[in-house]
Write a protein that binds this ligand. Structure first.
Ligand code: NAD
Length: 471
């Protein structure tokens, strides 16, 4: 794919566009925009065959206006200093947009996980953690990593274990990383959080009558034709939640190919087919597309790029036929392509908002780790007993016995997963309304991306000003 400008330049261009709608001083805007620190490292990996390989890795801390900084760790051959700096900046803006009190960070290791055994990936992860620790780039109060492209709960568990082994006396060490397995202090709902947040964001956008009318679509998710690029953590869950809400998933793609079925693909069955055959192609009843990138050009209501950055560029934007684009991945639409889509009245839900569900639930996990108690543990039974008393009083007053399927769900107290999902839903709805309001204040002259950046810039600026750094 064509890359129009460096990723950091793309992010900064979007920032500058929004900054023009604020009245902060040039110095303050520069401080918000620049990346505070980047740590580049190389370390040796002993491969299973005894050979030695030099591994390149980075960690960027974009802004410490709030601490700790927070951001995922990516394992990909495309990782570079430019990429981690851009992604760290997006994390700063994302956290501000959803009111998560963190600065932005990002890490990357230049490896393709397909080329390494499980034991080698473990050695890479543990050594990377050690290198971060040596330079104070990991700590519950300084810098807290999480999963991103190419990493998941297993890597987070290795990070925690390595951190624990080198800082054994720290009471809060379990909060040094999020996205951990439940047994290692993870929180229920974190794995699917980003995809669920993508769903909540799209659902909120699709509930706006004015916007749907402008796009020539009905209100609601039900019946919308959806295409998803990338069936990894974010893409799979986003597609699954959209389908459960009534969307028709007509196209899906993975790195090896893409499939199409106008009647709708069963997301879970496609996922199962890929697990069994190691490929998304040749899914029974579906049509194979010529190239994996062709999925972006399918006619649909909502296109959800959920793989990597720079997917919709000036090279293919003229062929994109979606009415709405939900940026589940970070930076999937270049700033040039964004302009071209806006001119065609395509609605774009920006990454800085739409994929913030992951960091929101990571924040909940961090809070759980610091409080050393599972959400719901103190109040679930109490809530259940209170609800039961109220329902029994209603039965007594009305003289009618409620059936079990009415009584049971109402009486039930909220457990950890209920609370996490509810907190996520609240966050995504509030943030969307805030962005949408800013967009309206500018007479719809700006898009949601610029509106989201304005929200982020104003919040980070307020933090700096209140810290007294810029009197
Ligand atoms: P993942 O590794 O779980 O999944 C990514 C998937 O994309 C993989 O299955 C990969 O094979 C596929 N892919 C790669 N190139 C492709 C191509 N050209 N076409 C189609 N599929 C392709 O990663 P993830 O965690 O789902 O992250 C995906 C994106 O979402 C990234 O941009 C990441 O930064 C962003 N994101 C992730 C999280 C999170 O919580 N995991 C949070 C916020 C944003």
């Amino acid at each position: 794919m064509t890359v129009e400008a460096k990723f950091t330049d793309q992010v900064n261009r979007n920032f500058d566009k929004a900054a023009a709608y604020t009245n902060h001083s040039p110095g303050l805007l520069k401080q918000i925009k620049i990346c505070n620190s980047v740590y580049y490292m190389t370390f040796p990996l002993k491969r299973d065959d005894g050979s030695i390989e030099a591994i390149q890795a980075w960690r960027a801390e974009h802004s410490q206006h709030k601490t700790p900084v927070k951001g995922g760790i990516r394992y990909s051959m495309a990782v570079s200093e430019d990429e981690v700096m851009a992604l760290a900046a997006l994390m700063t803006y994302k956290c501000a947009i959803v009111d998560v009190p963190f600065g932005g960070g990002k890490g990357g290791v230049k490896v393709s996980r397909l080329n390494y055994s499980q034991a080698e990936l473990e050695r890479i992860t543990r050594r990377y953690t050690y290198e971060l620790f040596r330079k104070n780039f990991i700590d519950p109060g300084i810098d807290v990593p999480a999963p991103d492209y190419g990493t998941g709960p297993q890597e987070m568990a290795w990070i925690l274990d390595t951190y624990n082994s080198i800082a054994p006396s720290k009471l809060d060490s379990i909060a040094c990383v999020t996205g951990k397995p439940i047994s290692q202090g993870g929180v229920r709902g974190r794995i699917e959080a980003t995809g669920r947040g993508v769903f909540f964001g799209l659902r909120e956008a699709c509930s706006d009558r004015h916007d749907m009318k402008q796009l020539g679509m009905n209100v609601g998710i039900d019946g919308k034709k959806v295409v998803v690029q990338g069936l990894g953590n974010v893409g799979y869950h986003a597609a699954k939640f959209l389908q459960e809400a009534g969307a028709i998933v007509v196209g899906l793609s993975e790195r090896e190919g893409a499939i199409y079925d106008q009647k709708g693909l069963d997301v879970c069955k496609v996922f199962e087919h890929r697990r069994e055959t190691h490929s998304i192609v040749d899914y029974p009843g579906a049509q194979n597309l010529n190239a994996t990138g062709d999925v972006l050009e399918l006619e649909c209501d909502i296109l959800v790029p959920a793989a990597l950055e720079n997917q919709i560029t000036m090279a293919n934007v003229s062929r994109v036929r979606a009415k709405m684009i939900g940026e589940a991945a970070n930076g999937p639409v270049t700033s040039e392509a964004h302009e071209a889509l806006r001119k065609r009245n395509v609605m774009i839900l920006p990454d800085t908002y739409l994929n913030a569900g992951g960091v929101t639930v990571s924040y909940f996990e961090w809070l759980k780790n610091l409080s050393h108690v599972r959400f719901g543990r103190m109040d679930k039974r109490f809530e259940e007993a209170t609800n039961t008393k109220i329902l029994e009083a209603i039965e007594l007053a009305t003289g009618k016995k409620l059936t079990d399927n009415i009584f049971g769900p109402i009486a039930q107290g909220a457990d950890e997963e209920d609370l996490v999902n509810s907190g996520l839903e609240e966050t995504m709805i509030n943030a969307y309304r805030e962005i949408r309001e800013i967009k309206s204040q500018h007479g719809d002259e700006i898009g949601l991306r610029t509106a989201a950046f304005i929200v982020a810039i104003n919040k980070v600026a307020t933090s700096y000003l209140e810290l007294g750094i810029f009197p």
